[in-house]
Design a protein around this ligand. Sequence first.
Ligand code: PLP
Length: 397
Amino acid sequence: MTRNDDLRARYEAAFMPNYGVPPLALARGEGCRVWDADGNAYLDLIAGIAVSSLGHGHPALAKAVAEQAATLAHTSNLFLNEPEVRLAEKLVALAGGGARVFLTSSGTEANECALKLAIKYGKQNGRGYFVAAENGFHGRSMGALALTGKKAIRDPFGPFALDVRFVPYGDAAALEAAVTEDCAAVFLEPAQGEAGVIPPPPGYFAAARRICDAAGALLVADEIQSGIGRTGTWFAHQHEGVVPDVLTLAKGLGGGLPIGACLAFGPHGTLFAKGDHGSTFGGNPVAASAALAVLATVESEGLLANAADVGAILAGAGAIGHPLLSGARGRGLWQALVLTAPKAPALEAAARAAGFLVNAVQPDAVRLAPPLVLTPGQARLFVDALPAVLDAADKEN
Ligand SMILES: *Cc1c(COP(=O)(O)O)cnc(C)c1O
């Protein structure tokens, strides 16, 4: 039995079956390459779902984590630590100033914070319901799941205690009709990630800002997947020059360490009173040091420009001309290859056999969300291999 198969069998016996059994055990990584437990090498074009922004084993991340773990690994919120203070200041500066921060250990928790802020705002102003998008994804806890518009993962656990009304994503008129003066907040991804990297029509986010302003509802931008440079700007909402009232971040922020953040702008930054919210691990100095290393490296290595430039090479894969491929959608290093048939799982497997890790995010869409350090040469390697990978996937039934 191979090492991969041994670990897969033990995984299956030891874990709850909610993930199924992943196809590979990954053992180590270097830059954009990873090796499985049997020593096979892959080009990593998914980065643990848009998380490993600096790739694997980046010296800046390794140094920051090792030094902080050796100095002080935890304080709780009974005490503060310098890394969390520096991180909060840096995030506020990147978001344009005028915000306050709550740090978490995951994206779901960042959205729970945003939801509790919105509930408090609603109670203070007599606003009792929330609006979110069909097929949107905001997390799996009972609050975040109540906002999640993906029926298959939501319906088995309903009903929910919150009044959440869903609108078709990208339809500004539907949003306008749904958001009245009784609406507390609108939760939106600037482009839908789990739904298959679906960008809205141009101007949608700016329209959402205008609609929320007119009704007095909070606009919450869930940038847990789209933020931290993935689309070529620090935050995807910046493409339309829009500032949300609340911004949630996670995935790429820690470069692999578990950290999330909720930023609230202007008066909303002081909505919580002492005792309203908390997290034992939130503001953890190791995770905060990792995030500081990620943000500093995105700047020092010019990774925003790299995401735009190398993303354009990946997007070019959409135009190679193949009967199974209808095109690419997305922005920067966040793309979906859209198929003409529901063969994404077969394509994912064929890519893996050819040495590339990608993700069948929908039956007809394959997600690419590689490390932000992906080089033009590595992107071309994938584009050049794609015709044969598509052929192999096409032969599967
Ligand atoms: C991944 C994701 C979440 C949930 O984050 P976790 O870290 O898995 O809790 C929420 N919203 C969006 C848009 C995401 O992509």
